[in-house]
Design a protein around this ligand. Structure first.
Ligand SMILES: C[S@@+](CC[C@H](N)C(=O)[O-])C[C@H]1O[C@@H](n2cnc3c(N)ncnc32)[C@H](O)[C@@H]1O
Length: 445
């Protein structure tokens, strides 16, 4: 298994497209959810072929760790140590055999011809032999055979998540009972949510026009039944944008916190690509306030500029840790850079790329950004500390260590919504709320 060429399959066959997506993820650290749509467009693949390519590329990316364990138990070596083209063809083949209705003989035959295309004739016999052995047992039997004895390890294997992530979810949830539902939700494609920009589009009219339904958490959310949001007239003309309802709800919560005194200067300290800045900017426009939107990355600052065009928002390409004049803002959002463990359903491969060692650097940055936000607030002003991760080290522990502020109970900002704990903060969950697992702490200076 040496000398992998790393060639692309370059064809419009769904398996080739799925393979090229997996290869881009393995070789170039690419994001499957960016590569796949581009390949489908370039190769003009639509309809059932596009659906199959999507299922295979995203499914095999999500299940990668579990597939690798099964393949490794057949080959006797780490799957990641095989040549990349062989490893990815085996993942794709094993995924079809174990997780789809593709007949095993077809999955094996197409995998053998795929490996010939991307790695030459030498590994063809190996791929054929390995996949035949994979096909000798159904998925349940593999899971049973390879399952560790501890329950969290077993859930991690069964639901294709790294163990450290399942443990982090369990710690945040407080027990293990909901883990299967949460892990299942991570493995399902999320529905598309729109944000009807306040002052531009009426949410109920947008719901009626799109066949969607109003969301329960954000007064601006429409949950779409399916289809391509880019074709919706309100999205085309900028009256609405695509945004997870949880993201909308935490931004709207900051605007809804009661505040005494001046309420004119708002700040978004981590603004790119600008979804929350667009909602806050729309609310600011209605309330005679202005928003400063800070983003350290030049490319992402440009994205914010596009997203907030026409709103009373000034974009600053700057470092939030050192930005601005102390004591000058009334409301500040810190939507901190984080592991993104609350949005795994959106990024098929992300769970396998993230490492526990990522946490330490992120928590230092999160602490410094929150301290900067507090420095920038006037006395009595409020900060919303937000992450799209439920990891306790990135959420409660950061909020509770913040100095010079007291926690505001955030739960009344979500009237009629259950399962928001832990008091006084809000933790949303995909399996409870249908949103990304957004965390919100509201702190008053
Ligand atoms: C979770 S994202 C924000 C998402 C955004 N609020 C939205 O709703 O579209 C975090 C952002 O913080 C930016 N960032 C990272 N470090 C930063 C810093 N020191 N100062 C300002 N922005 C920073 C990242 O580039 C990234 O765009």
């Amino acid at each position: 298994m040496t000398g992998g060429s790393g060639r692309r399959a370059t064809s419009d066959d769904p398996r080739s497209i799925a393979y090229d997506t997996l290869a881009a993820v393995s070789r170039d650290d690419a994001y499957a959810n960016l590569v796949l749509p581009r390949l489908l467009t370039e190769r003009k693949v639509t309809g059932r072929d596009a659906a199959l390519a999507t299922e295979l590329a995203y499914g095999a990316s999500r299940a990668r760790g579990t597939l690798d364990r099964i393949v490794a138990s057949v080959t006797g070596r780490e799957t990641a140590s095989l040549d990349q083209p062989v490893a990815d063809v085996l993942r794709l083949g094993a995924y079809q055999i174990l997780y789809t209705r593709v007949p095993a003989h077809a999955a094996v035959a197409t995998s053998v011809s795929l490996v010939r295309k991307v790695a030459g004739h030498r590994p063809a016999g190996f791929v054929n032999a390995v996949l035949r052995k994979v096909a000798a047992r159904p998925l349940d039997s593999w899971l049973h055979k390879l399952s560790p004895s501890d329950p969290v390890g077993a859930l991690a294997l069964r639901h294709a998540h790294p163990e450290w992530i399942v443990r982090a979810f369990a710690a945040s949830l407080g027990d293990d009972a909901e883990l299967p539902a949460l892990l299942d939700a991570d493995n399902a494609a999320p529905s598309v949510h729109l944000c009807a920009r306040p002052g531009r589009v009426d949410r109920d009219e947008l719901a009626a026009a799109t066949g969607g339904k109003p969301g329960a958490l954000s007064p601006y959310a429409v949950i779409l039944p399916g289809g391509a949001p880019g074709d919706i007239p309100a999205v085309v003309d900028g009256g609405a944008h695509v945004q997870d309802e949880g993201s909308q709800a935490v931004a709207a919560a900051l605007a809804a916190v009661p505040l005494e005194g001046r309420d004119e200067r708002w700040l978004d300290l981590c603004a790119g690509p600008g979804g929350k800045a667009a909602l806050l900017g729309s609310l600011a426009a209605q309330r005679g306030a202005t928003l400063d939107a800070v983003e350290v990355s030049a490319h992402r600052a440009r994205l914010v500029e596009k997203t907030v065009a026409g709103l009373p928002v000034t974009v600053h390409e700057a470092d939030g840790r050192t930005f601005g004049e102390d004591g000058t803002y009334d409301r500040v959002l810190v939507d901190a850079p984080c592991t993104g463990l609350g949005a795994l359903r959106r990024r098929p491969e992300a769970r396998w790329r993230r490492q526990p060692s990522d946490i330490a650097d992120l928590t230092v940055l999160q602490t410094r950004l929150l301290a900067s936000a507090i420095r920038l607030l006037r006395p009595g002003g409020v900060v919303a500390y937000v992450t799209c991760s439920p990891h306790l080290a990135e959420t409660r522990e950061i909020a509770e260590a913040a100095e010079g502020v007291s926690a505001v109970d955030a739960r009344p900002l979500f009237p009629g919504v259950d399962g928001l704990g832990p008091e006084p903060h809000v933790q949303l969950w995909p399996h409870r709320h249908g949103t990304d697992a957004m965390f919100l702490a509201v702190l008053r200076k």
